[in-house]
Design a protein around this ligand. Structure first.
Ligand SMILES: [Ca+2]
Length: 411
């Protein structure tokens, strides 16, 4: 039977081509015009990915606040204005306000610095001014190639030869795995003084499959008290077969987290595979889906698990990227130095070698901007971003000769 081309059908074809064109233009309006790695995936709601580009037009200078730090991973400001910085190979240093590096702080337990492992996140006790306690996360060697993420704390003595005293290991992820990948490692204190640790699932298949298992600490965000004991109001306390440290489940590899200054909730960003980096609000007892649901595809190109992006009982990311940024480090800007950035969410991009700025309205991302794009020629990956007490933004670059960059208003 011949198709009869009527005027009406031609008009329908022209109209639908116009709609496709407009959809393509809408995609082009995001900051990344490359096509997604996964074809045929649909966001769960409008604006879940590819927010429109919003150039804030803020003029800034980038100052090198310190250099010669080896693969810096985490940064915390001391009340003195000095910085505490971790170097992934296993050293903790104090950086003076003039940028001078202290000798390595002694007392740090051994770390396994292969692959993505080493000395990772760092945080000050909320009562640091009176107790001088600092906390750090790291890849813990367990023999026979087995490692796990761990958390230790100690009393910091900031002297000419700085040291940690009364060091205690307060948390070990279990089980240990023969993998050098996906340690997670951000430490964030909640408003109630409990300590969140973001983790990964160690990447290898046996670890990945445990992200949904309640008797495993892989692929979980955990919440502990500052002494390592378990908060009584954790969601799975007293539940048979579930680890009481668990706060939320179904995470792939979380290297960025911060408290939302308006709500006090824990916002986190996690790595996807090829496509599928996510922003989530990690809520008590919730399941963030990995590896059952995911955006993007496997590195080798196959669908992830069943190739589905949504399932009842599993949380949708509030935002995702495909292609990925490889997120590490995040902070909401609350300072006065950059009024136009107040409320923006800043996230470090490892693979994009730039700093991502997002406009956030409630629980939605409404605009995206890429800053520090001139780091690209030297492949300076951004590992962490922290707001300083002066309201400037401080950024760590992940190189053997890494830098601490300070972003200030243009003179
Ligand atoms: Ca997810």
């Amino acid at each position: 039977m011949h198709t009869r081309w009527t005027i009406a059908s031609v008009l329908i074809i022209i109209a639908s081509a116009g709609a496709a064109g407009r959809a393509f233009q809408a995609q082009q309006a995001g900051v990344d015009s490359r096509p997604p790695n996964a074809t045929g995936q649909t966001p769960a709601f409008p604006g879940q990915t590819r927010a429109p580009e919003h150039k804030s037009g803020v003029a800034y200078d980038v100052v090198t606040a310190a250099e010669g730090v080896e693969n810096p991973w985490g940064l915390a400001f001391l009340p003195s204005g000095k910085m505490l910085v971790t170097e992934r190979p296993g050293r903790l240093r104090i950086v003076g306000t003039d940028g001078t590096l202290s000798p390595p702080v002694t007392g740090v337990p051994p770390v396994d610095a292969h692959g993505q492992g080493g000395l990772l996140g760092v945080a000050l006790d909320p009562r640091f001014a009176s107790n001088s306690l600092v906390y750090w996360s790291y890849a813990e060697p367990r023999g026979d190639g087995q490692t796990n993420t761990a958390v230790a704390r100690g009393t910091l003595v900031d002297a000419a030869a700085p040291r940690l005293e009364n060091v205690q290991v307060i948390y070990h992820q279990a089980p240990s795995m023969d993998s050098t990948l996906h340690y997670g490692g951000r430490l964030v204190f909640g408003r109630d003084g409990t300590l969140f640790l973001t983790q990964g699932e160690r990447s290898i298949t046996p670890g990945r499959m445990q992200a949904q298992q309640m008797d495993s600490l892989l692929g979980k965000i955990v919440r502990i008290n500052a002494d390592g004991s378990i908060p009584k109001d954790n969601p799975f306390v007293g539940k048979e077969g579930a680890r009481p440290e668990i706060w939320s489940i179904g995470h792939r590899n979380v290297e960025a987290a911060t408290l939302n200054p308006s709500t006090g909730e824990l916002w986190e960003t996690e790595h996807g595979a090829r496509g599928g980096d996510e922003i989530n609000i990690a809520r008590k007892g919730k399941d963030y889906g990995w590896p059952t649901i995911a955006y993007g595809i496997e590195y080798q190109g196959a669908p992830i698990t069943g190739g589905i992006t949504a399932k009842d009982g599993m949380e949708q990311p509030l935002y995702y990227w495909d292609p990925v940024i490889a997120p590490s480090g995040m902070t909401f800007y609350t300072g006065d130095l950059f009024p136009a950035w107040k409320g923006s969410l800043f996230i470090g991009g490892l693979v994009t070698t730039n700093l991502v700025r997002l406009d956030v309205a409630g629980e939605r991302v409404t605009g995206e901007e890429r800053l520090l794009t001139d780091l690209q020629p030297n492949r300076e990956r951004i590992r962490d971003v922290v707001q300083g007490p002066d309201g400037a933004l401080y950024v760590l670059t992940d190189n053997a000769k890494g830098r601490i960059l300070k972003i200030v208003p243009k003179k």
